[in-house]
Design a protein around this ligand. Sequence first.
Ligand SMILES: Nc1ncnc2c1ncn2[C@@H]1O[C@H](COP(=O)(O)OP(=O)(O)OP(=O)(O)O)[C@@H](O)[C@H]1O
Length: 251
Amino acid sequence: MIALDLVGVDKNYGGPPVVQDVSLSIEVGETVAIIGPNGAGKTTLFGVMAGETRATKGRVSLFGKDVTRAGARHLAEQGVARTFQVARYFLEKTVEENVVIARLAHQSRYRNLVSKSPRSDDTVDLALDAVGLSSARRRPSATLSHGDRKSLEIAMALAQDPSVLLLDEPTAGMGAEDIPGTIELLKGLRASRPEMTCVITAHDMNVVFALADKVVLLANGRIALQGLPDEVRDAPLTREIYLGNSYREDR
Ligand SMILES: Nc1ncnc2c1ncn2[C@@H]1O[C@H](COP(=O)(O)OP(=O)(O)OP(=O)(O)O)[C@@H](O)[C@H]1O
């Protein structure tokens, strides 16, 4: 079954298209990585998948339903959750409070959001556990390491019980020492939630090749190549467009 289906998607911001004629089918449970040089259109395409950016042309379907004009809120209700390149959460709240708030916001229970002590539930516990932050649940979020802040953001997405998880640069800004831990965390998530579909944008090829079932190379807004990670990595076009200077063979 196809989770996310894009057919002939274009996006322009008033000028020439920055995403052009993108057709991409992502199966349920698949992890797809979108790679490409700066400005290739990865973030824009990600926004289209999250419903935050409206396609200028083409069609987007989620589990067979047309969501091209649906918007982010509707897609979130339908099970699409995302993280951001720069993690977004309340610094003054504890780790647990941030995850509870993400869960309540998803459930549109805003009245509870402003109550003094919004309550945790099993999904919150599972989300914290999945990212290894259970023991840090009472810590103010501001005291977390950069790696743990990314984990918190992933927990906040998981608290929305997503069927499609969009991870925008999950290791952006991390020190080299934190990256292997995040890769292991995401591998563990994939293994424990085989029905969850993931889309990842990443500049770090070690992240891409450790996690992706399929890699999509974007260049000038178009899909230049898509296939199995090894196929895409070894293709001359990939080296020409992208890997040339940025990929260190340190697997
Ligand atoms: N809101 C916007 N308004 C106008 N142009 C935009 C907007 N967002 C992105 N662009 C342009 O669209 C093109 C694609 O940008 P996008 O951020 O999607 O690429 P990217 O592959 O994610 O790049 P990076 O790897 O640097 O984050 C760029 O030329 C960018 O300047």
